[in-house]
Design a protein around this ligand. Structure first.
Ligand code: AP5
Ligand code: MG
Length: 217
């Protein structure tokens, strides 16, 4: 096994060619939509509806990280501390989890919810997967509304307290919004007014995904 393969394996937890009993690792041509929006903009809620109607698989980077904490992984404590501070977890950890989940899923259409959040996320993802998103679904919602939703969510999330929420907003403004603007300059962003009730938000989202289907995007 060459150094390059060894490195890839150690970073990504990949099986190498030899370990697939001579079979090549499964190569999939996949469609990916990045679903971005501030904390509490409704990413998880709308993704669940897109899954039902359009047959995508939903991968939330936040959920994958929370599972990693619950599973007691070697990075669990560090991930927990960073999430409690509203900080971004290192890209190689998040991308490895996403890529593993994609490989384990027998589907070719993915919603990446809450990913990417900064330029480093994008660089790591492109380098390791060579995947370019079809488009970016951006849920645009004022902080006041998002705060209200997060404080009444009641799902026991440790980061749903007002201090951490403020930090999450700041990270979104400083790291993720510039990324949304970058993709917008390339014509890749489909923006939705996410301050409306769920059904109204989903009506707009349906139009976007139906038109993407028609264009074979
Ligand atoms: P993550 O879990 O992704 O949290 P988030 O981005 O803060 O967003 P939420 O999951 O809180 O909200 P949501 O937009 O999914 O809204 P939801 O549908 O739940 O990330 C958590 C942390 O993990 C990050 O802070 C970071 O530390 C780390 N992390 C994650 N990704 C990372 C990455 N790529 N790189 C590095 N670190 C990463 O809705 C919220 C509430 O509002 C619900 O109660 C819902 O019922 C309600 N609601 C939804 N839509 C509506 C509506 N239209 N009207 C009224 N109520 C609504
Ligand atoms: Mg979510």
């Amino acid at each position: 096994m060459g150094n390059c393969c060894a490195l890839l394996k150690s970073i990504m937890g990949f099986a190498t060619e030899e370990e697939h009993d001579g079979r090549l690792p499964k190569q999939k041509k996949v469609k990916v939509v990045f679903v971005l929006g501030g904390p509490g903009s409704g990413k998880g809620t709308v993704c669940a509806k897109i899954v039902e109607q359009f047959g995508y698989s939903h991968l939330s980077s936040g959920e994958l990280l929370r599972k990693e904490i619950k599973a007691g992984s070697e990075h669990g404590t560090m991930i927990q501390n960073m999430m409690n501070e509203g900080k971004l977890v290192p890209s190689d950890i998040t991308v490895r989890l996403i890529q593993k989940a994609m490989q384990e899923t027998d589907n070719d259409k993915f919603l990446l919810d809450g990913f990417p959040r900064d330029e480093e996320n994008v660089r790591t993802f492109e380098k390791l997967t060579k995947i370019e998103p079809d488009f970016i679904l951006f849920l645009d919602c004022p902080e006041e509304e998002m705060t209200k939703r997060l404080l009444s969510r009641n799902q026991g999330r440790e980061d749903d307290n007002i201090e951490t929420i403020k930090k999450r907003f700041r990270v979104f403004q400083e790291s993720t919004l510039p990324l949304v603007n970058y993709y917008a300059s390339k014509g890749k962003v489909r923006k939705v007014d996410a301050a409306r009730p769920v059904e109204a938000v989903f009506e707009s989202v349906k139009t976007i995904f139906s038109s993407a289907n028609e264009q074979g995007a």
